[in-house]
Design a protein around this ligand. Structure first.
Ligand code: SAM
Length: 296
C-alpha cells in the first residue's frame, strides 16, 4: 500500500492531529481509511482524462486525490469550513481540483456544470456521501436535469438497496421509481464499517446510477407522476385502492371512480404498491386523463 495515500489510517490520523480536527457526527463525517475501497470506486467509475467530476463532501481529500489523478477536473463541495485548510494542503499538488465551501443542497451546481466543467466530455458524480442527506442530494441532482451522465456513490446500505430494488421486493418504493426512471442502477460493492474513521453505525454500499438516454417511461408531468406513484406506498400494508383514496381530492366520495380508473388501467385494486412496475405506474398515470374527476 502506498502510505502517501490519504485513505490510510496513518496519513488520516496525522492530518487529524496536525489540524486538531474533531469529527462532527451531525455532518456525516466518516472518512475512508482503506485505499482498496477507493480503487473499487475508481474502477466502477470509468473515469478518463476527459471526465469532469462533481464530488460531494471531500473530507480530507481521500477520494478527491484519486479522482484528481484520473479525471480532467474535479469540483468538490465541502460544507465544513474547518476542512478547507486541510484540503488546501492535501490538494495542493493537483491543479485540476476546485474546492467549493458550500452546502451541496444550496449550491448553484448548474453554474459549475455549465461553466467550469463545460469542456468535459462526460460528467460524473463520484462521492462518499454524507449519509444524513443521501436521498435529498440524489433527488436534487437528478431532478434538476443537469447534464450529469452518472453517479458512483457510497451511501448507507438500506438506501442503496432502495435505489436498486426490483419490483416486488421489500426495498422497492418511491425512491426506486425516481432513480430508475432517470438512471440504470447497479450495485458495485458492499462496504464494511471498519474501513471508516470513525466507523458509522450502518453498513455501506456503493451504487452506480447511469443516466438513461430517455426516461424509462413517457409521462407528461414528472413531478405529478412521482407524487402519484409515491401515494401508492403511503401505507405499505394497504392496497393501492385504499392508498389512492388518500391521494385524490374527495377520494373517499370518488371511490367508484378510482375503481373504474384502476380497472381501465388493468390494475387489480387489491394489489399493493410494491407489486407495480414503473411501466404500470406510467400506464395508470397516463390513464388519469380519462378521469378528470380524479384530481390531486
Ligand atoms: N470523502 C471523504 C472520505 O471519503 O473520506 C469524506 C466523506 S464523509 C462520509 C462526508 C463529507 O461530506 C464530510 O466531509 C462532510 O463534512 C461533508 N458534508 C456534510 N454535509 C454536507 C453538505 N450539505 N454539503 C457538502 N458537504 C457536506
Amino acid at each position: 500500500m502506498d502510505n502517501k495515500d490519504i485513505a490510510t489510517p496513518s496519513r488520516t490520523k496525522a492530518l487529524l492531529n496536525h489540524y486538531g480536527f474533531s469529527f462532527k457526527k451531525s455532518l456525516g463525517q466518516n472518512f475512508l481509511i482503506d485505499v482498496n475501497i477507493i480503487h473499487n470506486i475508481m474502477d466502477a467509475s470509468d473515469i478518463d482524462e476527459n471526465t469532469g467530476i462533481i464530488e460531494v463532501g471531500p473530507g480530507m481529500g481521500s477520494l478527491t486525490e484519486q479522482l484528481a489523478k484520473n479525471a480532467k477536473k474535479v469540483i468538490a463541495f465541502e460544507i465544513d469550513q474547518r476542512l478547507i485548510p486541510v484540503l488546501n494542503e492535501t490538494m495542493a499538488p493537483y491543479q485540476n481540483v476546485t474546492i467549493v465551501n458550500e452546502d451541496i443542497l444550496k449550491a448553484d451546481i448548474a453554474h459549475y456544470v455549465t461553466e467550469a466543467l463545460a469542456d468535459c466530455e462526460k460528467i460524473l458524480v463520484v462521492a462518499n456521501l454524507p449519509y444524513y442527506i443521501t436521498t435529498p442530494i440524489l433527488l436534487n441532482l437528478m431532478q434538476q436535469k443537469l447534464p450529469i451522465d452518472g453517479y458512483v456513490v457510497m451511501m448507507q446500505k438500506e438506501v442503496g438497496e432502495r435505489l436498486n430494488a426490483e419490483v416486488g421486493t421489500k426495498a422497492y418504493g418511491s425512491l426506486s421509481i425516481v432513480a430508475q426512471y432517470y438512471t440504470e442502477t447497479s450495485k458495485v460493492l458492499t462496504v464494511p464499517k471498519t474501513v471508516f474513521l470513525p466507523p458509522p453505525n450502518v453498513d455501506s454500499i456503493v451504487v452506480k446510477l447511469m443516466k438513461r438516454d430517455q426516461p424509462i417511461v413517457e409521462v407528461e408531468d414528472e413531478d405529478k407522476f412521482f407524487k402519484m406513484s409515491k401515494a401508492a406506498f403511503g401505507q405499505r400494508r394497504k392496497t393501492i385502492n385504499n392508498n389512492y383514496q388518500s391521494l385524490f381530492t374527495n377520494g373517499k366520495e370518488n371511490k367508484q371512480i378510482i375503481l373504474d380508473w384502476l380497472e381501465s388501467s388493468n390494475i387489480d385494486p387489491r394489489r399493493r404498491g410494491e407489486t407495480l412496475s414503473i411501466k404500470e405506474f406510467a400506464h395508470l398515470y397516463n390513464e388519469l386523463k380519462n378521469f378528470p374527476e380524479l384530481e390531486f
